[in-house]
Design a protein around this ligand. Structure first.
Ligand SMILES: *Cc1c(COP(=O)(O)O)cnc(C)c1O
Length: 390
């Protein structure tokens, strides 16, 4: 059996057939960018996010940049060149790129000892008088830290930007008032990159804002500052096209079922692998399970484990090879702030396994068995402490 790390729902025959008509309609309409499909998509995303105004853009990376600029963070957005944004060290590089492109400075925050994400205490320790905002990333689908962060940002008068690229559909808060990821911060950046919980068949993204004035700013910025025949400011080309919007409408129809499927697969994995010598991801309430990332005892064992799965036809991938503060291009921004041991350890021992709605029950059973065999092979009976990479 061959199981890829990801198989898009749009690649399945029923979806292609479903979309044939609406794609043909878009092509015949002659309107290909920021047309009625995109407008209707913004309305649906807004409904998903408890009425927040949403703005469709070209990608998740651009959504992050436009979030900072719309909120006035950094010199490019009308803020200060010394504005600092607290960014998790263990996340996708776009998070730091966006802060820098907005003309602000990223301050990298270590992961908590027992989690992929920084805890409130870690953000607290990294805060300086220059801190304007924190970037809360719902890494791998986990948005459970948001309620605590919101309360702290309110007290400290900091702006909160949510990166919900991986956690759209997740919920945070443990009661009836549980709020969707994307509705906690001053702004939220979504990505519809094909592998995300809501995926397009190309690049696309969106923003959601607490304050409609900020949404208005983002609407100008995504299209060269243009509105009603005039360029009101300098901006970007970050427009969503009609074909992607069309596909995202179909993906939104399937979204609740696909989320439920992700959660069911994660529950099967967690139950089947609880006794293995590897650390499983935390099963937080409301998790959207975009990725299922396990931690092996060390880097060499991760290599062995991945090789055994590859021999069984199961693709895996390392998210992330390097924490941000160790990237060549980002190191100068970290300067002499020292090691961030937890994120460095995670980069050395984490491995992402296939988890997506298009996995069949048969494939899930095959993955469960293959992982059990690969993790339990002789010589692999270590405690689940994860050592730093050598
Ligand atoms: C995917 C991703 C992005 C960037 O989104 P694109 O649509 O690929 O530009 C940003 N942040 C995180 C955490 C992501 O996973």
């Amino acid at each position: 059996m061959k199981i890829p790390l990801f198989r898009p729902a749009a690649s399945a025959e029923p979806m292609a057939a479903r979309l044939a008509q609406s794609f043909a309609d878009v092509l015949r309409s002659g309107t290909y960018i920021l047309g009625p499909q995109v407008q209707a998509l913004e309305v649906r995303l807004s409904a998903l996010l408890q009425g927040r105004e949403t703005v469709a853009v070209g990608s998740g990376s651009e959504a992050l940049l436009l979030a900072f600029k719309s909120l006035g963070i950094g010199s490019a957005g009308g803020g200060d060149a010394l504005d600092e944004v607290l960014v998790p060290a263990y996340t996708f590089v776009a998070c730091a790129e966006a802060v820098l492109a907005a003309g602000a400075r990223p301050v990298f925050v270590d992961s908590a000892p027992d989690d992929f994400l920084p805890a409130l205490a870690d953000f607290r320790n990294a805060r300086t008088p220059r801190t304007r905002a924190i970037l809360a990333v719902g890494l791998f689908g986990d948005a459970s830290g948001l309620p605590e962060l919101v309360a702290w940002c309110r007290d400290e008068k900091l702006l909160l930007v949510e990166d919900v690229a991986q956690c759209l559909g997740a919920q945070a808060g443990d009661d009836a008032a549980a709020g969707h990821a994307g509705t906690w911060g001053d702004a939220a950046a979504m990505s519809f990159y094909p592998t995300k919980t809501l995926g397009a068949a190309g690049d696309a993204g969106a923003l959601a804002f607490r304050n409609p004035l900020h949404a208005g700013k983002a609407r100008l910025l995504r299209n060269h500052g243009y509105r009603d025949g005039r360029h009101h400011c300098l901006g970007h080309n970050s427009r969503m096209d009609e074909l992607q919007a069309c596909l995202l409408h179909a993906a939104l129809d399937d979204f609740p079922v696909h989320l439920a499927r992700r959660r069911a697969i994660a529950a099967s994995y967690l139950a089947a692998w609880s006794d293995l010598p590897m650390r499983l991801p935390r099963d937080s309430a409301g998790h959207a399970w975009n990725y299922f990332v396990v931690q092996l005892p060390d880097t060499r064992e991760r290599e062995d484990f991945a090789a055994k799965l590859a021999a069984s036809g199961i693709a895996t991938r390392i998210y992330y090879e390097q924490p941000l503060h160790l990237h060549e291009a980002l190191r100068p921004w970290h300067g002499d702030r020292g090691a961030l041991p937890n994120s460095e350890r995670l980069a050395g021992c984490s491995l992402s396994l296939p988890l997506y709605p298009m996995l069949s029950d048969e494939e899930i059973g095959y993955i469960i068995d293959a992982v059990r065999q690969a993790a339990r092979a002789p010589g692999n009976q270590h405690p689940t402490t994860c050592q730093p990479p050598s």
